[in-house]
Design a binder for this molecule. Structure first.
Ligand SMILES: Cc1cc2nc3c(=O)[nH]c(=O)nc-3n(C[C@H](O)[C@H](O)[C@H](O)COP(=O)(O)O)c2cc1C
Length: 364
């Protein structure tokens, strides 16, 4: 049966749906037949675009024996399908505050009904935790007939705020950005960032790192294709759902192809000390890897301070030979990461940091 939904409001824009897709948690408001409200934090995913867009959320409560009918939100939806979901960014810099609120009509969708399998796949692609949970054994909440309103602070648009120049500002401001605008990046900024990376500490001062820079689109496509083939095989080996594999590969490919520049930091061990015993050999390699991490952090800080943003993709670590061959690199170089660089399309979500008293485990 087709569900006809009444809509009294504005259809969500592509930007609003993009905002919702990128965030991890929303607050779902429901009300009973008398209008008594309840709000609950939910994980959710967005399907489709424009008028056809829908939001789905799994009923994943633990313990499993709690019947879904006992959940307040389910009882409410049965009595009154009108719901609202708000997703927001809170940051102390109030220029970057933002929220999107959607309203719509919710219903429960059971396994086997149209759209159920797609919703499960999209939820599992967004939340790795769902891959190990039998969410398909319970109905899903599906919200349709979406209308939206939203607000963004003046500084939420990506690269329009001046970058900090003080150390805490740069260190805390650096963020992993996974979507870039088409604005090109001046090669000189990449050269300067790589020069800054070179100031990282390194074992014996030998600087066991080198960088491949990929700018040409054809090169990016070839690299993405080569890496995707290996990654697909690995995900299938993990027994992952074909649709989840497809979504994850597509996202990763898009990330690589839309970034104006890719920097591939490589480990270079040829200048390090050589030891006859395995333990010291391994320690020497570990030092080089630690040092590469420090160099990448310098690179990311320099990129951020220059008004750009970067991300960190670990994928080359899982297929160094494929990356080396695709980029035509010397056999002595071991690709360890892939850093997409560009101007942020929008501000990403920041993850909370552990409090200091959990980081410092002893001080005597
Ligand atoms: C060694 C390493 C590997 C990472 N690999 C990935 C990756 O493959 N994909 C990704 O999206 N982020 C990756 N990240 C980025 C982290 O997810 C990110 O740094 C973390 O969530 C904190 O967010 P922030 O960088 O915005 O502060 C990686 C980070 C490190 C240090």
């Amino acid at each position: 049966m087709e569900h006809v939904v009444a809509r009294t409001g504005r259809v969500p824009t592509a930007e609003e749906l993009g905002f919702l897709r990128e965030r991890r948690v929303g607050r779902l408001a429901t009300a009973d037949a008398m209008g008594k409200p309840a709000v609950v934090p939910v994980c959710y995913a967005v399907l489709g675009e424009g008028e056809a867009a829908a939001i789905v959320s799994a009923l994943d409560e633990k313990p499993k024996r709690v019947g879904v009918e006992k959940l307040r939100r389910v009882r409410h939806i049965r009595e009154n399908p009108e719901v609202a979901l708000v997703v927001d960014d809170y940051v102390e810099d109030w220029r970057r505050l933002a929220f999107v609120q959607v309203r719509g009509q919710a219903r429960l969708v059971e396994r086997g009904e149209a759209g159920f399998a797609e919703a499960i796949a999209v939820l599992r692609a967004k939340y790795a935790q769902y891959q190990a949970m039998a969410i398909e054994e319970r109905p899903l909440i599906r919200i349709e007939g979406l209308t939206a309103n939203s607000w963004q602070g003046s500084g939420s648009g990506g690269d329009d705020l001046p970058r900090p120049t003080d150390l805490p500002g740069i260190v805390q401001g650096r963020r992993s950005v996974r979507g870039f605008s088409t604005r090109p990046v001046a090669p000189e900024l990449i050269r300067q960032a790589i020069a800054m990376a070179g100031w990282a500490p390194s074992p014996h001062g030998r600087q066991p790192w080198r960088y491949a820079v990929v700018e040409r689109q054809a090169r990016k496509v070839a690299l993405a294709d080569a890496m995707a083939a290996t990654w697909q095989a690995q995900l299938e080996l993990d027994g992952q759902d074909a649709e989840v594999v497809h979504i994850r590969l597509a996202k990763s490919r898009e990330r690589m192809l839309t970034a104006p520049v890719l920097v591939v930091p490589c480990l270079y061990l040829a200048d390090l000390d050589v030891y006859p015993d395995a333990d010291r050999k391994e320690a020497e390699t570990t030092m080089a890897i630690q040092s590469l991490g420090a160099a990448i952090q310098n690179l990311l800080l320099a990129i951020y301070a220059a008004g750009l943003d970067g991300g960190w993709m670990c994928a080359p670590l899982f297929c160094p030979d494929v990356v080396r061959e695709s980029l035509g690199l010397d056999a002595a170089l071991i690709p360890h990461a892939l850093i997409p660089v560009g101007y942020a399309a929008k501000d990403p979500i920041r993850r909370d940091r552990l409090p200091l008293d959990r980081l410092i485990v002893s001080w005597e």
